[in-house]
Design a protein around this ligand. Structure first.
Ligand code: ZN
Length: 421
């Protein structure tokens, strides 16, 4: 058995090489190589460049060969915002939304996130795991090789830990990389609502009970808060994320999705890894993000699914110099998709990003948002051999053919994890 694999026949190889993160004009630099090849050794990239260059490398001759037949090869997508583990879809709310009920009206009637919480608490670990495993296979089939996953449908100590422990098991039992985020502060659960100081009392549970357990069991790298109208105000979000930081968890935030709250300024103040959604950012927020290392993660799948017209101002963010990433926000309420190609289509059509910008935002900048830009997100020597091969001749056709399944093969750490029949 040979240790090396030589991949040839890439009509276009998008290396996405160079400095990370990408801001401004550099976002559209994909490091495109025609007639490209990749040499994989022990799950890592030993060479990536033109076929001629790579074939001349040591170990290339003896390597096992894989000809991708003129397709397009790029880094595997890094989906840096998902709610992977949930019990069931919320399809019953979908029709209500189409008929005009607002997200917040549905939430007030016990629908929305609280509906998913009720279902998750009642679900067995086995059922949750089975559903998440199927989703992860589906992620791989769309070219995704790394998935961030948040808790947040448990909202009591046992249920939040149940989700994060399942994520840890899944990390070991299947090939995709899972990056865990603790989102105990998703919304205030039903049992605390309507009580005096219910929100404050729940925040105390998050900080004093959940967080220490999450840290002791080493169940998450990041801590997230949904800082918005109907969820948590800035002051409570600051308290939770400051405590998380003190415990060694890097902050991230759901910010300015439903209203403008100041969550972006909080994210920048705390040096958050990312600040996600941003439909209602102000000019001052955009400037603050541009002068920070906090990634502006855009989730156009939500606006699309909910039929909203106010997509995040991607062009302003890019032109100001903010680090823009794209993710699915895979979740049962607002963005039931795990297709990064579909997110790229939305980024191009609605956010007015170019195909090149969208691909870099979904790979190297997504990796940066997860503090993994040294290991994944581009095809460069020494990085993990995480790549996706698409059934197109030109990379721009990936977003161009919207709602399609254009992925032909996905590889994680040198192992083929998806291949079209
Ligand atoms: Zn989310």
């Amino acid at each position: 058995m040979t240790e090396n694999l030589l991949i040839t026949g890439a009509a276009q190889l998008l290396t996405v090489r160079g400095d990370a993160p990408r801001r401004g004009n550099s976002l559209s630099n994909l490091g495109l190589v025609k007639d490209g090849a990749v040499l994989v050794s022990d799950g890592k990239i030993a060479a990536a460049g033109t076929r001629k260059q790579v074939e001349a490398r040591k170990g290339a001759k003896e390597a096992e060969k894989l000809d991708v037949g003129g397709r397009v090869v790029l880094p595997g997508f890094v989906d840096s915002h998902t709610h992977l583990i949930h019990a069931v879809s919320r399809v019953e709310e979908y029709e209500l939304k189409i008929q005009g009920a607002s997200y917040e009206e549905i939430a007030k009637k016990g629908g929305g996130i609280l509906n998913s919480v009720k279902k998750l608490r009642a679900a067995t670990s086995e059922a949750l795991k089975l559903r998440a495993r199927a989703a992860l296979e589906e992620f791989a089939s769309y070219g995704t090789t790394t998935v961030e996953a948040k808790s947040g449908y448990g909202l009591d100590v046992a249920s939040e830990l149940k989700i994060l422990r399942l994520q840890r098991e899944l990390k070991r039992e299947q090939p995709l990389e899972i990056v865990s985020t603790f989102l105990g502060a998703h919304v205030v659960p039903a049992e605390f609502r309507g009580k005096p100081d219910g929100g404050e009392r729940y925040v105390a549970v998050v900080v004093e009970q959940m967080l220490p357990d999450v840290v002791n069991e080493n169940l998450a790298e990041f801590c997230d808060v949904f800082c918005d109208r109907g969820a948590f105000p800035v002051a409570q979000s600051r308290r939770i994320l400051s405590e998380a930081l003190a415990h060694g968890l890097a902050p991230r935030l759901h910010a300015e999705q439903l209203s403008h709250t100041g969550a972006t300024q909080l994210a920048v103040e705390l040096g958050a890894a990312s600040c996600d959604h941003l439909e209602h950012v102000s000019a001052a927020d955009i400037r603050a993000l541009a002068n920070s290392e906090t990634v502006a993660t855009l989730l156009p799948g939500c606006d699309f699914h909910l039929g909203w017209k106010n997509y995040a101002p991607a062009r302003k963010l890019i032109e100001a110099g903010a680090i823009v990433a794209l993710a699915t926000d895979y979740n049962p309420g607002t963005s039931p998709t795990l297709s990064m190609p579909m997110v790229l289509s939305l980024a191009c059509a609605q956010l007015r990003m170019t195909p090149a910008e969208a691909i870099a935002a979904a790979t190297i900048n997504g990796a940066y948002a997860l503090k993994r830009e040294k290991q994944i997100g581009s095809l460069e020597v020494g990085k993990q051999a995480d790549l996706a091969v698409f059934e197109v001749e030109d990379y721009r056709e990936i977003p161009y053919y919207f709602g399609m399944q254009p992925c032909w093969m996905t590889m994680k750490r040198g192992e083929i994890v998806y291949m079209r029949d």
